[in-house]
Design a protein around this ligand. Sequence first.
Ligand code: OSB
Ligand code: MG
Length: 377
Amino acid sequence: MPDPVPTRAPLRIDAADLRLVRLPLVTPFTISTGTMTEKVFPLLTLRADGIDGYAEGVMDPLPDYLEETVAGAMDLLRNVLLPQVLGRSFAHPQELARALTPWRANYMARATVEMAFWDLWAKSLNLPLQTVLGGAGDVIDVGVSLGIGPIPDTLDRVARHLEQGYKRIKLKVKPGHDLALLEAVRRDFPTAHLTVDANSCYTLADTALLQGMDAFDLDYIEQPLAWDDIHDHATLQQRLKTPICLDECIRSVEHARKALQTDAARVINIKVGRSGGFANALRIHDLAEAFSVPVWCGGMLESGIGRAHNIHLSTMPNFRKPGDTSSASRYFTRDIIAERLETTDGRMPVPKGPGIGVSLDLDYLKTATLSQETLTP
Ligand code: OSB
Ligand code: MG
């Protein structure tokens, strides 16, 4: 049993800073739904007792990964979620998470508030976030997610990342860019730990094509079918040898339960920022473990703030596969945090200060900030 985590007096949320931040990406990132050239996200600071807790929202500007949007989340944060917690005291982050449960969906917006409070909470106890969550360890294993591009170029990128020691290569696929890509990559890298991610671009009508992927010794196929269709994934899994990993479909504990009970997911990608926050992510983690289903930590091209949250979560025991939290320098020429989150041999060190263990680079953040507002009770 892990040591019991200390408690403390309830923390009153005194103020919130809500920023909209834009960071250019080092290289465009293409998935089946489109191409991203920049990362635009809400950055939230919650303040209590003179301590700041941080989190970023993982929603995209357009509802093309899931249904939430940056503009919608900014509005909800400003007008509903933050007014609901400002001036209130919470005895534990789980209590704040419960206060947000009456709202339907909007998991990413709710996670932004919840995750900032976990950071604040852990800092107030002077403990790393991982300790408060129940995780342990100094490093996590990570792989990379490689966007869609010409096959020769992808082969170069696979080689480069394997040389850097990344523990798993995830290839983004879409119709017309799937089996030929896998043939080429498998030919050149016969023993590489390979997976694919379709971001919901196939249907059951593509079953034969997806069965063709069974020949390439993939660890799993991530989210082949519709973003909200657990049922069809269960049907597909009956027809595939390769395990299905769900990403988009798992936004709540109930989604995870249904997927696990119907054998629609033999692996789960947990993204804390997509799942309403750590309270839900931890429950999904435990539920998957009860079904002997391994989980791993996905990413949404986060800045160092979201990346640090992901790293701490990844130290929980059922994170048995390499995650997507690779070096920040793969995404950004300069990050909005002072620390450098970089891997060595496919391992990312856990930032060990209190809370998420990283701090804002306020000078650079200023140049990357599109808007900023302070909210008080
Ligand atoms: O499906 O996991 C995904 C990025 C943006 C939107 C969805 C996804 C991704 C990634 C990249 O795969 C993960 C990362 O490197 O942060
Ligand atoms: Mg995915």
